[in-house]
Design a protein around this ligand. Sequence first.
Ligand code: NAD
Ligand code: ZN
Length: 273
Amino acid sequence: MSLDEKLRKVLEKARDSSGLIVFLTGAGVSAESGIPTFRGEEGYWTQGSQVYRPEELARWSTLASDPELVWPWYLYRRSICRGADPNPAHKALACIEDALEDRFALITQNVDGLHLRAGNTLQRTWQIHGNIDYMRCSRACNPQLFAMPDIRGVGPGSSFDHAWKAQLSCPMCGSWARPHVLWFDESYDEENYRYHSSRQAAFDACLLIVAGTSGATNLPNMVAEICLSRGTPIIDINPQDNPFTSMARRSEGGWLQAPATEGLKWIEDALSG
Ligand code: NAD
Ligand code: ZN
C-alpha cells in the first residue's frame, strides 16, 4: 500500500506553498515503541483488589487525596517510557522538521518525550499534555520543572515505598511534587501546555496531519475543528476509524489507513520529493 493520488496532491500543494504544516500526534504514534495507549487492558492499574482506569488516576483530586496511589502508577509508566526508543514514525517527524524548519509545528498529546529524543525541537514541539520526565510543585509554589527521579523496579501494582517520599517532594516548600502532565480534571494553559500556541497554529495551518489519536481530548479536537472550519485539508493516519477520520473525509484531505510508522514515512517522502 502507499499514498493515493489525492493525498499526494494535497501534500505536494502544501509543500510548494509557504504555509505552516501542523502535525498532531497521540498515543498511537508511540504504540509501536511499546508504550501502551490508554485503550484496553494495558491502560489499567491494579492495586490490592482494586482495578483503576487511567481516568481515575490521572486526576488532581486523586493526587490530593491519595498521592501514594498515584505515584507508583506514574513511576511505572515513566519506566516504560524511559525504556522505549523512538520508532520510525518519530524519526520521520524529526526529518520533516529538519526540512520544513519554521513551516513545521508539532502538537503532541504524548507525555513520553520520544519526539524530543528523536530530534524534534522544543521550540516547535508543543507537549500539550506535559512530559513525564519532569515534575513540579503540586502546590505551584514556584513554576519550575524538576527532573523526575530515576526510581527503578516499580512494576504493575507496586505499592508506594516511603523511601521515595523525599525524592517526590518539592525542593522549595516540601509539599508533594506532581508529574508534569495535564490531568483529566484540569484545564489547558499556555505556560505549561501551550494552549494558545496550538490554537494559533490551527488558524495558521495550510495542512493538518493527525496521527495515532482517537480525539477524546479537548484541544486536539478544537485544533481539527478550527482547520475544518477554515477549509484547511486534514489527513488522518490511523489504522482505525475514529472521529478525526470523519473530519479528514469532510475536508480536502482524507484518511490514510495505516500504522503511524508507515504513514508518516510516506508523508516524509511526499513532502521532501
Ligand atoms: P488513545 O489511547 O485515546 O488512542 C490511541 C489511538 O491510536 C487510537 O485511535 C488507535 O486506533 C491509534 N493507534 C493504535 N496503534 C496505532 C499505530 N500503530 N499507528 C497509528 N495509530 C495507532 O490515545 P490519545 O488519543 O493519544 O489520548 C490518550 C491520552 O492519554 C492523551 O491525553 C495522552 O496524553 C495520554 N497517553 C499518552 C501516552 C504516551 O505518552 N505515549 C500513552 C498513553 C496515553
Ligand atoms: Zn513547592
